[in-house]
Every structure is written in structure tokens, then in C-alpha cells.
Unconditional design. Structure first.
Length: 366
């Protein structure tokens, strides 16, 4: 079967919609034509000139990376820095570049889930669930059409709550309307007040699907003018947000956990705060720069918070309330390329998909 770049993008964004990326981010297709046939895929944490060269050597025309090679707009492409040279080489060799960054950080099956698996955490959950990403649809449907309209709305992505699908609430009532001269009513007649036995249906849906949900409603609903309203909810989406928290199979000393962490994540070095005498079992994690979640980790009762890019003075903020460990940005997210390869290989088994052999970490250790 032939797959186009847009098919790969659709699958990835079904898992991690770009609507979940942070405002500063640039996730999405950065270089390439979405209508191009995919010959092979390289999965990488970063995109560098060497990764593009490797893709060419392996006959791969798509690089799927976690970090975008372009964060801010390029005003010229002259090759004056590694970003421009990488983009130029990709274009010259017809290699597309797709980035799935903070949107993959934000979903429950994303970057932090992979870290939790590597460490061996049980029952990992989002540490700081996101609000403002769930909406509610209320609409009014003639009784005889309820099942068909609901079926279509469910298929469009409405009515999912956690591990449950096809969720809705229905209440019965009577609707009234008076068609005007230019109306083409499905029920009733122009100039005559009509009453219809209707069902009020309420469903929630991810806010980024609003256009799709409304278009589906209008297509499926029998009325010429569909009555509905949308509300953005303050409810937190427990499957979308920042960081994760889980528990160890068995409590261990702080030092033993750090040694376990170092071995599990294949670390050369890690930085940490004071190790107390108490056992640790509840572990909070955030791949990349996650110190902004320190208070969330404390409030959740975590014994340890594992993240990266912690500044000197930020270590003081642990205040011996929590064991704070900095494992390095690259080291915290390097296994994301394995996650991407697994996601793509399961869906597109006939496309050659590789892990990059290029070490893109710009930091070396003596």
C-alpha cells in the first residue's frame, strides 16, 4: 500500500494534535510536500545536517523529529548557520521534515509515558492536567433522528471521556418554530407555528475538533437551521497536560533510586539535591525543561521530581521538601525516537522506519 506524507501526519496528529502545542512551538510539517509518497522514515530527537545525510543514505524521504529545526521564521536561506544548512540540504534532497514537539509532551501516551516506562513507574498519570481544551455541545434533535445524528457525532470524535466512548446525556422536550417566507422547513409549513417532540442532546468533545463536530452536526441533522450552542469548559482533561506522576513497584532509598534512574536512563551523570533518609516511592517526571512543575510535584506528594535544564538557584526551591534530579535535556528525551518508531511501525508496517544513529546531543562530558 502506498502512503503519503499527509497520512503519516494524520496518524501522528490523531495521537498528539498540534492544538496541544505551546504557543512558542513550531510542531508540524516544516519542510516538504504532504502529497509526496513516503519511501522511508528516520526517527530522531533533533534534525541536524548529519541526520539529513543519514536519511539520504538510507533512502528515507521523511524525518520525524521531536524538536523542530525551525522555531522562528527564516528571513533568508543562505547557509549561514546549521539551521539554514539543514533546511537547504533537506530541500535539495527532497527530504521532508516533520516535528512533533510539545504536543507529544502533552499527551498521556507521549514523551513522559516513555520515561515512566524506562524508570518502571506504575499507574502513571498526567501531573498537571490542562484545562480549556474541552467543550460541550448542546443541540436539539427530532426524536426519530436522534440515533443517526448521535452516531455521526460519535464518529467525528464527540462523546469521549477518558476510557469511555459514546457518552451523552439526553432529555425530552418540545421544540417550537415558525418558518418564514424564505425558509425551506423539513417539518411544518411556512407561516405556521410548529411544535415537534425533540430530544436535547449534550456531549463533550476536544475543543480543537469544534469545526469538525459542527460540520458533522449540520450535515447529519434534518433541520435547515440547526439549533445548538457550544461551551468551553473549565474541566481539566486528565489525558492532556504537563509531566507525569507514578509510583515505584517498591519503595527504595533516595540514593538507590538515583542509581536506578541513572542505570534505567543510561546516564553518564545527573545532578540532584539533598538526599534525605526517608524512602521514596512517588515519582514525578517531566522530559526536557520542567522546573515550572516543581510546585505541582510538591502538591501531588511526590518524593522525587525528575526533569532537566534546572538553573543553579532553582535547586534551592526544592527546600528539602522533595528530591530534585536533573538528568539533562537530551538524556530525558532521547527515548522519544523509540516511541516515534514504535508508533509508526505499528501503523505503517510496510514502510522502512529507522532510528537515527546520529548522536545529536550538543553537550559532551569528560
Amino acid at each position: 500500500m502506498v502512503y503519503l506524507i499527509k497520512d503519516i501526519i494524520s496518524h501522528l496528529e490523531n495521537l498528539a494534535p498540534t492544538a496541544y502545542q505551546e504557543s512558542y512551538d513550531n510542531a508540524g510539517l516544516i519542510v516538504g510536500d504532504p502529497m509526496t509518497e513516503v519511501k522511508g522514515i528516520i526517527c530522531s530527537l533533533d534534525v541536524t545536517e548529519d541526520v539529513v545525510k543519514e536519511a539520504k543514505e538510507k533512502n528515507c524521504n521523511l524525518i520525524v523529529a521531536h524538536h523542530p529545526i525551525v522555531f522562528r521564521g527564516l528571513k533568508s536561506l543562505t547557509g549561514k548557520n546549521y539551521i539554514e544548512r539543514t533546511v537547504i540540504n533537506a530541500i535539495k534532497n527532497d527530504i521532508a521534515i516533520y516535528a512533533i514537539h510539545t504536543n507529544l509532551d502533552a499527551v498521556s501516551q507521549g514523551v513522559n509515558r516513555k520515561i515512566a516506562e524506562k524508570i518502571g513507574l506504575l499507574n502513571p498519570k498526567i501531573l498537571a492536567p490542562k484545562k480549556g481544551v474541552i467543550s460541550k455541545l448542546s443541540t436539539f434533535i427530532p426524536k426519530t433522528n436522534v440515533d443517526k445524528v448521535l452516531e455521526d457525532l460519535f464518529a467525528a470524535g464527540a462523546g469521549e471521556i477518558g476510557n469511555y466512548s459514546n457518552c451523552s446525556f439526553k432529555s425530552e422536550g418540545t421544540g417550537s418554530f415558525l418558518p418564514q417566507d424564505r425558509a425551506e422547513p423539513t417539518l411544518g409549513r411556512k407561516g405556521e407555528l410548529s411544535t415537534v417532540e425533540e430530544t436535547k442532546v449534550e456531549l463533550i468533545f476536544p475543543s480543537h475538533l469544534e469545526n469538525k463536530i459542527i460540520n458533522t452536526l449540520k450535515t447529519s441533522h434534518p433541520y435547515e437551521e440547526v439549533a445548538y450552542y457550544i461551551q468551553i469548559l473549565e474541566n481539566k482533561n486528565q489525558d492532556v497536560g504537563s509531566g507525569m506522576i507514578g509510583t515505584l513497584p517498591d519503595p527504595m532509598s533516595g540514593k538507590d533510586f538515583l542509581l536506578h534512574l541513572k542505570a534505567s536512563m543510561d546516564l553518564k551523570v545527573l545532578k540532584h539535591t539533598h538526599i534525605s533518609d526517608k524512602k521514596v516511592s512517588k515519582i514525578a517526571i517531566c522530559g526536557g525543561a520542567g522546573i515550572f512543575l516543581l510546585n505541582n510535584a510538591k502538591r501531588s506528594g511526590a518524593d522525587v521530581f525528575v526533569t532537566a535544564d534546572i538553573k543553579y538557584h532553582e535547586f534551592f526551591d526544592a527546600e528539602k521538601d522533595i528530591l530534585l534530579a536533573d538528568i539533562g535535556h537530551y538524556e530525558s528525551e532521547i527515548y522519544t525516537k523509540e516511541l516515534l518508531k514504535d508508533i509508526l511501525s505499528r501503523k505503517f508496517s510496510n514502510i522502512a522506519t529507522y532510528l537515527t544513529n546520529v548522536i545529536t546531543n550538543p553537550i559532551s562530558y569528560l
